[in-house]
Write a new protein. Structure first.
Length: 254
């Protein structure tokens, strides 16, 4: 007997940003696997069970969830944000590929969620209004040299860049180094948005110019959005400034 695995995205942390599809998926599952702070956001029934694990145990968590589903249970794997953006959907697929053949017959559904860069962008205007990309600065699963190569390529091609996992106690220098790389290509007047905990009570959204960007402004709850040379800041007097990237592009770096 084979069960079901649903990978659920809970959004950036504001309950209003959890989709109806995600809420419905939570009501239908019996066992919930995830990082403890994400599981703590769920209001589960007495007949539903949560199994928490550390944030770096994605593959082990996926294996446990698939093994439980293979016994015939309805299982949820929980992510913050969107499960397909630097999160659990890829880990579950990796586990299925490497696991026993019977795991491939398990029914799998991925429920999307609002990811951090979308939540931050919505709070400041429309910085993702034209072509953009997302890059994780974590070098736990890829070499830093590859991250620098991607940063330089994206900046050189005129993409707006959303940086995930910008800094942590174990990785205190990467964001500063990323700014150094980007300053070699982008104008110092390029807008940089530090979006911390977008939509939550402890939200902090700040805008700086690349020339003045300070890595110390970020933590692991921050998504950093670096504009393209086309990105603009609209001053609005007493109201917060808007940051947007025009829908058209000239390719100019001025």
């Amino acid at each position: 007997m084979s069960g079901r695995v649903t990978v659920i995205g809970l959004g950036p942390g504001n309950a209003d940003q959890v989709t109806p599809e995600a809420i419905r998926a939570v009501t239908e599952a019996s066992f919930f696997y995830g990082y403890k702070p994400y599981l703590d956001r769920l209001e589960l029934r007495h007949d539903q069970t949560r199994i928490a694990s550390d944030n770096r145990e994605e593959l082990a968590r996926s294996n446990e969830a698939l093994a439980k589903a293979a016994e015939g249970h309805s299982v949820a794997v929980v992510s913050g944000g969107d499960p397909g953006v630097f999160a659990m959907a890829a880990a579950v697929c990796e586990a299925i590929e490497a696991g026993p053949p019977e795991w491939r017959s398990i029914e799998l559904a991925v429920v999307p969620g609002v990811t951090a860069m979308l939540a931050v962008a919505a709070r400041i205007g429309a910085p993702l209004g034209h072509d953009f990309c997302a890059i994780s600065l974590s070098d736990n699963l890829k070499p830093w040299e590859l991250i620098e190569l991607r940063l330089l390529a994206a900046a050189g091609a005129g993409f707006v860049i959303a940086l995930y996992n910008p800094i942590s106690k174990a990785r205190p220098w990467q964001l500063g180094r990323a700014f150094e790389c980007l300053k070699a290509i982008l104008p110092g007047t390029t807008p940089v948005i530090f979006g911390r905990a977008a939509g939550r009570p402890d939200e902090r959204i700040e805008v700086f110019l690349l020339a003045d960007a300070d890595a110390a402004k970020a933590d692991m709850s921050t998504c950093v959005i670096i504009g393209s040379p086309e990105t603009r800041i609209i001053k609005r007097g007493d109201k917060p400034a808007l940051v947007y990237t025009p829908r058209s592009a000239t390719g100019s770096r001025k």
